[in-house]
Design a protein around this ligand. Structure first.
Ligand code: HEC
Length: 245
């Protein structure tokens, strides 16, 4: 099928090129920030430093052999507690996290080490550990991020990333390259986002889909990077060609 051609970058004036360049660079930086955020917020969930498949699985599926409190004191919160304190809390969790144990041992440990940040008074919006009820919520078996917050994050990502990809794609459509390859690169990040977000939900059901989350996330990154870099290259080192479609 023949389609009406779009005009190539070589027909763009200086301001248009600067507009495209600035937007692409900003989106590239945004993507790198997203990666950095992903790393800092997900790494160490499995108790080992660095981001791993287990961390991704733990985030969505949870650690069903343990509680979020235990995962926290072995992972991201381990720096705030010593070996003895950790031992007491873990033993208490294994014994069913009852009121007596809270009153006698665990409550005082949390008051000393944790409530500086983990209280409504701190104003940090963190889980409140000044009462048994507050702690109890984190002393249940960990089933990962809640469906509610998954839906919340998904809709933000679908709208947000969709618009970013539209912006980048509107620029990339001016690039000159083999038609089929361009069509594939155009679709790739959209397919990747759809796959990635579906896989979040699937991972909640079966942790094996953590691999899909990672592969689709990588596809999104590569697709965006290809569109951005090819566009930037052709904006500033233009050929005389108009894209075929
Ligand atoms: C210096 C402030 C600070 C102290 C002290 C602190 N935390 Fe946290 N805690 C945070 C922040 C910030 C978060 C949210 C970010 C995160 O999850 O890494 C958090 C998150 C948590 C979570 C939620 C994790 C989840 O599954 O969502 C738990 C549980 C937790 N902390 C337990 C503790 C315990 C137990 C202690 C004391 C041994 C403690 N924290 C001490 C700042 C603190």
């Amino acid at each position: 099928m023949a389609y009406p051609p779009s005009t190539g970058f070589h027909r763009c004036g200086l301001s248009e090129r600067l507009l495209y360049t600035s937007f692409l660079l900003l989106m590239g930086a945004g993507y790198l920030m997203a990666l950095a955020y992903l790393y800092t917020s997900h790494q160490g969930h499995d108790g080992k430093p660095g981001l791993s498949v287990e961390d991704v699985a733990t985030n969505y599926y949870g650690n069903r052999s343990g509680t979020r409190l235990e995962a926290a004191i072995r992972g991201p919160m381990s720096g705030y507690i010593d070996e003895t304190g950790r031992h007491h809390i873990v033993a208490w969790l294994k014994d069913g996290a009852d009121w007596d144990g809270y009153q006698n041992t665990v409550g005082p440990i949390l008051s000393e080490r944790c409530v500086g940040c983990h209280s409504d008074a701190s104003g940090m919006g963190l889980p409140d550990f000044t009462s048994y009820e507050g702690v109890r919520a984190y002393a249940k078996v960990d089933t990962g991020v809640s469906l509610q917050s998954l839906i919340e994050v998904s809709h933000i990502h679908l709208f947000g990333i969709g618009l970013v990809l539209l912006g980048i794609g509107m620029i990339f459509r001016k690039a000159c390259m083999t038609r089929w390859l361009k069509a594939v690169l155009m679709m790739l990040p959209f397919v990747a986002v759809a796959l990635d977000i579906s896989a979040w939900f699937l991972t909640k059901w079966d942790p094996v889909f953590a691999y899909t989350v990672i592969v689709a996330g990588a596809m999104l990154g590569l697709g965006m990077a290809a569109q951005i870099l090819i566009s930037l290259y052709q904006i500033w080192l233009p050929s005389e060609c108009d894209p075929c479609d």
